[in-house]
Design a binder for this molecule. Structure first.
Ligand SMILES: *Cc1c(COP(=O)(O)O)cnc(C)c1O
Length: 364
């Protein structure tokens, strides 16, 4: 049985180089700010993002939470974000639970942006009946919108609005290096004009644990206090930061391979030309393929279960070896496949053979 796992890029395991670096890491107590490996990672990442300072945190969710709580540090604060954003959908609205910050959502367009005119109507006036708009957040690349990269021109326009309205901007850049590789520009260009940026080391970059929050020195100082309050102060975490350094040094350029594999997968499914499975190949930009199924004909959970099983006929068709393809049902009409560095072009081919067999079970 061959396992081809497209559920997430978080499933990636540390590379041999990472394990070596972890074994050899020089460490200290990072709460005392005495871990040289963590400092090295933070400084390296801050330089790459083009901000004064960075803070190593256990996860992307904590990084976004700390960012919002640092920006929204008085009562009655509200943040604006897209209605399909990870921060709104998949973080238990921790900012509400733990920070009393309300979320005002703007309708996300299919490309991960939102209408900037419409967004400005969500910015509150100073009317005393209303909460205070304190922050605008965007996600880049956009997970739920299929790994879409926010256009630089749109980001520039947003930055102008932020300046005009005196509102800070936060980017959930969990996959910012996928955006950077797609656009062919450094990450620091993408975040130009933003006040803070969160990035994940444990997604496509392959590190086992960790995210980084970036901002001004003053912002990161306050974020550091909050990290401790939330229980995110780690001790000899240079052992994991060491893997993060390898990730930033050696795992960014190769994301282009994931993107190419993603396009091959999208093209392969589109080529089946099955009316119940609609893949938008021209908008397949990075490592996340989200496509539509016809919900009245295809049950997404059932479809994903079929991709994992092997009927006798399929075993014969696949030359005796079973192929287990894992993908994620994203609600009633969407399926998500995520490519990562363990997935080779040969595995894409094999996965497509299996997907073809299963798709063809759905008679038109
Ligand atoms: C994964 C992810 C996060 C959160 O990261 P964790 O490390 O899983 O907590 C935040 N935003 C986006 C867009 C993500 O994909």
């Amino acid at each position: 049985m061959i396992d081809i796992d497209f559920r997430s890029d978080t499933l990636t395991k540390p590379t041999d180089a990472m394990r070596q670096a972890m074994a050899n890491a020089v460490v200290g107590d990072d709460v005392y700010q005495e871990d040289p490996t963590v400092k090295e990672l933070e400084q390296k990442s801050a330089k790459m993002i083009g901000m004064e300072a960075a803070l190593f945190v256990p996860s992307g969710v904590m990084s976004n939470l700390i960012a919002v709580l640092t920006h929204c540090n008085t009562r009655g604060c509200e943040m604006i974000t897209g209605n399909k954003s990870h921060m709104f959908l998949y973080e238990q609205t921790g900012v509400c639970q733990f920070g009393g910050v309300s979320i005002n959502t703007v309708h996300n367009l299919p490309d991960g942006t939102f209408d900037l005119e419409e967004m400005q109507h969500h910015i509150r006036s100073r009317d005393l009946h209303e909460p205070t708009t304190s922050l605008i957040c965007v996600e880049n690349t956009h997970n739920k919108c299929g790994g879409r990269v926010l256009p630089l021109s749109w980001l520039d326009e947003l930055v102008e609005i932020g300046k005009k309205c005196n509102l800070p901007l936060h980017m959930d850049g969990a996959r910012i290096y996928n955006a950077s590789i797609y656009l062919g520009v450094p990450a620091k260009r993408i975040v130009q004009g933003f006040s803070s940026v969160s990035i994940c080391l444990s997604k496509g970059l392959g590190a086992p644990v960790g995210s980084l929050l970036h901002g001004s020195r003053e912002f990161i100082e306050r974020a550091r206090r909050l990290r401790k309050a939330l229980g995110g102060g780690m001790r000899q975490c240079g052992v994991i930061a060491a893997a993060g350094i390898v990730a930033l040094d050696s795992m960014i350029e190769r994301l282009a391979e994931d993107h190419a594999n993603g396009v091959a997968l999208a093209k392969g499914i589109a080529a089946l030309n099955h009316p119940y499975f609609k893949v938008d190949v021209k908008n397949m930009q990075t490592n996340i393929l989200v496509f539509n199924v016809e919900p009245s004909k295809v049950n997404t959970s059932e479809f994903c279960a079929k991709l994992q099983e092997n009927t006798d006929d399929q075993l014969t068709a696949l030359g005796g070896k079973g192929v287990c393809v894992k993908a994620v049902p994203f609600g009633a009409s969407l399926i998500r496949f995520v490519v990562n560095h363990h997935i080779t072009p040969e595995m894409i081919e094999l996965a497509l053979q299996k997907i073809t067999l299963v798709v063809n079970e759905y008679k038109i």
